[in-house]
Design a protein around this ligand. Structure first.
Ligand SMILES: Cc1cc2nc3c(=O)[nH]c(=O)nc-3n(C[C@H](O)[C@H](O)[C@H](O)COP(=O)(O)OP(=O)(O)OC[C@H]3O[C@@H](n4cnc5c(N)ncnc54)[C@H](O)[C@@H]3O)c2cc1C
Length: 126
């Protein structure tokens, strides 16, 4: 899969540099993306392909997040002017941790504080 983003370009370049210097390193980063569109800061963590339900968090105008789940697993988030949601989901994905759907539905619940321990099972491919 091709990720056309600044972060991916940086991470892939690191892996290429490691390979050139004889260090074996696989790219294992969490895909993420940002873009500023006027007053909107768009941040995306993870890959939403294969989701089977979504949750929209919105508690004030001009800010919202869409969380994507496959089964009980959060797999991605699209965040508009909600950097805390973005950081929480990105961190949870990196740790293979869960953010329970029902708890996340409360827009005033901080995702970071409701993130629960890393899952033991491997995530299935989309
Ligand atoms: C309009 C647009 C908007 C984007 N917005 C975002 C965004 O909001 N967020 C985000 O994460 N990503 C965004 N991207 C994607 C992001 O810019 C690219 O994924 C990223 O820049 C790729 O980095 P790179 O280093 O691989 O290539 P590049 O950034 O394209 O760098 C390649 C460099 O190599 C140079 N070069 C090419 N050929 C040669 C040569 N023969 N000799 C010497 N130098 C050469 C080029 O001049 C260039 O400077 C956007 C892309 C576009 C086109």
């Amino acid at each position: 899969m091709r990720f056309e983003s600044v972060n991916n370009a940086i991470e892939q370049a690191k892996v290429a540099a490691y390979a050139l210097t004889g260090r074996e390193e696989e790219y294992a980063g969490i895909p993420w993306f940002w873009s500023s569109q006027g007053t909107l800061k768009l941040q995306i963590a993870g890959l939403s392909a294969g989701h089977d339900r979504t949750l929209v968090r919105r508690d004030e105008p001009g800010k919202f997040s869409v969380l994507y789940y496959r089964g009980e697993d959060i797999i991605a988030a699209d965040c508009v002017n909600t950097p805390l949601d973005f950081m929480a989901v990105k961190a949870a994905l990196a740790r293979r941790a869960s953010i329970p759907f029902d708890d996340a539905a409360g827009p005033s619940n901080q995702l970071k504080s409701i993130t629960v321990a890393p899952r033991n099972t491997e995530m299935s491919a989309p």
